[in-house]
Design a protein around this ligand. Structure first.
Ligand code: SF4
Length: 314
């Protein structure tokens, strides 16, 4: 039967109803949230309506992406600051970023695959004791991860030749005031090219299919805004360089696009500020939940079971 499922167990049916109600409520709330503005407070002595002070102080492109993907995920990471257990994907990303940053410290002729692999090994020795000491159960597991990481890293040379590139910025720590917002983030790389400034973001995960690539540029557009703010120049192009493929997605940038992005960011800032004020962070279940580190804590996954457990048996 199309569009229907039969549930022979009443508990499973109730669980599904609870889940549907929750998802509806969340999506309804999320549709309403962008319409809400800062909560006005009234000075009862003068009758003057005052703007409530902002609670959100700084926002990074990655945390803004978190909130867009799932407000509850943002809360776990940015408000509750619950540490995520390290995993091998994060370890690969951190180590590869360091190696790709350091390769441009070398003279152009030395920027070879072998040197990049050496830099990866050195970077791993730097980060392993600090962040990933207990990540692997044994040497063999770590070795398998290392070989797989080097295979992915080797793809870099299929995309570009680092001996022909002299970045103008690498791992650039940015903190900018933008229309009343304070935005902070670390930009992977920026090059001066014939087309103008090009911002590149390295990714060690798999690329999304092309039809879903545009949303993946969200964070890079924020970086482009920060660069425009800092230098007065609008970057010409954004690049997402997925080593695991490899796949490169590029997006030309215009002033109008960045103006629209600034408005979108301001609206998002207001919504996050309101969420903090009201302590309302709806869950947004999606495929992201499959690898979300907080799933065991998430109301979207934990609470329905508790609610169902509290219901009397028919
Ligand atoms: S498990 Fe899913 S719904 Fe819950 S916080 Fe993570 S991404 Fe959001």
């Amino acid at each position: 039967m199309v569009g229907r499922r039969s549930y022979d167990c009443p508990m499973r049916w109730v669980a599904r109803r609870v889940r549907i109600t929750r998802v509806w409520f969340v999506s309804h709330l999320q549709r309403k949230m962008p319409d809400m503005q800062r909560i006005p407070t009234e000075n009862t002595a003068t009758g003057t309506v005052l703007e409530a002070p902002r609670l959100l102080e700084t926002l990074s492109p990655s945390r803004a992406s978190d909130f867009k993907a799932c407000p509850q995920l943002y809360k776990f990471r940015s408000i509750d600051r619950i540490e995520e257990p390290p995993n091998e994907y994060q370890a690969r990303g951190t180590t590869a970023h360091l190696a790709l940053q350091r390769i441009f410290d070398l003279p152009a002729v030395e920027r070879t695959p072998e040197r990049l692999f050496d830099l990866f090994r050195e970077a791993w020795m730097d980060v392993r004791p600090v962040e990933y000491a207990d990540l692997f159960a044994g040497v063999e597991e770590e070795r398998r991860w290392g070989i797989e990481s080097l295979e992915i890293l080797a793809n870099y040379f299929g995309v570009e030749d680092p001996s022909t590139i002299e970045p103008v910025e690498r791992e650039l720590d940015m903190l900018e005031e933008l229309g009343g917002m304070t935005i902070r983030g670390i930009l992977d790389r920026m090059d001066e090219t014939d087309e103008g400034l090009v911002i590149t973001d390295y990714k060690t995960g798999k690329a999304p299919p092309e039809r879903y690539a545009i949303p993946a540029f969200f964070a890079l557009k924020i970086y482009a805004l920060l660069i425009r703010r800092r230098t007065g120049r609008t970057p010409a192009k954004l690049r997402l360089l997925y080593l695991n493929g490899p796949v490169v997605y590029e997006l030309a940038v215009s002033e109008a696009q960045l103006d629209a992005m600034e408005r979108q960011l301001a609206a998002l800032w207001s919504v996050i500020d309101l969420a903090i004020r009201n302590d309302r962070f709806p869950t947004r279940p999606s495929r992201l939940c499959d690898w979300c580190a907080y799933r065991q804590l998430c109301p979207a996954w934990v609470q329905p079971v508790q609610e169902v457990a509290a219901l009397p048996m028919p």
